[in-house]
Design a protein around this ligand. Structure first.
Ligand SMILES: Nc1nc(=O)c2c([nH]1)NC[C@@H]1CN(c3ccc(C(=O)N[C@@H](CCC(=O)O)C(=O)O)cc3)C=[N+]21
Length: 283
């Protein structure tokens, strides 16, 4: 079997075009321009690249974008002050604080200060709690994009064995909850899992989100599985996923490439969440 490539770049482009149309409509009808504020603290080059991409996508669909680049030595107190200011700013419908944050700043405390309706990352405890409960919530961008990519294959998720590798709050855990909501049988594997291969060989759907280059080998994948690779590690200046791509292509039915898979969808979902947040202000 040679896997079909799930083209995240093309799918996200279509989504962005739809968003762009909706942005023009609400500008015209309600005189509201959806606005996103991104906050980044410190000098991590990869994080600055991602933030630059978010800014560019935002303006390309006609949204308002502002980026706050803060120095490494920013205190939690100073960051909270900025969040409060953005919470009160009517131009801003979405606030995203890029993670990881420098040591000394508690991510969960920062996220808890963001107004829940502006929490376009879906990291606030109220949003993650509502997601967990199956209530309406803002859904974290990467996991939301992952579900869309799986659905783009036309396969149904219900009743499938899904294995999520990784248990981060931003990808693994919420991805597992969303898959469960779609009625998959979900297993979460992580660094302490005894025999990763044993679990993976039963998986009809694999979501790899650990950030360990090529941890998931081709021979760990079941014939015909759908493989979603959310890993993005830079190795020798090149972006590498969590899946041994060329080998996995020989067994999977569908697979996402890195780059060009989950990454662009994450940004499309961020725009979608920002648009939704702005639409709540349209009356
Ligand atoms: N509060 C917060 N929210 C996030 O959503 C968030 C974050 N912090 N911290 C870091 C991760 C990472 N992330 C990516 C987004 C897009 C690409 C992306 O579009 N990548 C392109 C290629 C990029 C390249 O070539 O370097 C691709 O995969 O095709 C990657 C990674 C969002 N994150």
């Amino acid at each position: 079997m040679t896997a079909k490539v799930i083209d995240g770049k093309a799918i996200s482009k279509e989504i962005r075009e739809g968003i762009s149309k909706e942005v023009s409509e609400i500008k015209e009808k309600f005189n509201i321009t959806p606005g996103l504020a991104v906050v980044i603290v410190g000098n991590d080059p990869a994080s600055h690249t991602y933030v630059g991409m978010k800014e560019k996508s935002c303006t390309s669909v006609g949204m308002y974008s502002e980026v706050h680049r803060l120095p490494e030595e920013t205190t939690q107190e100073e960051l909270l002050q900025l969040i409060n200011q953005l919470n009160e700013d009517n131009k801003i419908h979405g606030i995203l604080v890029q993670v990881p944050l420098p040591g000394g700043i508690n991510e969960n405390i920062i996220n808890s200060y963001i107004k829940t309706e502006k929490d376009v990352d879906g990291f606030h405890a109220i949003n993650s709690g509502n997601l967990f409960l199956g209530e309406d919530s803002i859904v974290p961008c990467t996991p939301k994009g992952i579900i869309e990519l799986i659905k783009s294959t036309g396969a149904s998720i219900s009743g499938k064995n899904a294995v999520v590798v990784g248990r981060s709050n931003i990808v693994g855990k919420p991805a597992a909850v969303l898959l469960l909501q779609e009625n998959a049988t979900v297993t979460i594997c992580h660094s302490k899992t005894k025999d990763l291969k044993e679990y993976l060989l039963k998986a009809d759907i694999v979501v790899a989100a650990v950030g360990k280059p090529e941890l998931v080998k081709g021979d760990m994948i079941k014939e015909g599985a759908i493989v979603i690779d959310a890993g993005t590690t830079v190795v020798d200046g090149k972006l590498v996923g969590d899946v041994e791509y060329s080998k996995a292509c020989e067994v999977a039915s569908h697979i996402t490439p890195v780059p060009g898979g989950v990454g662009p969808m994450t940004i499309a979902m961020l725009l979608e969440n920002t648009l939704e947040a702005a639409k709540k202000k349209c009356k």
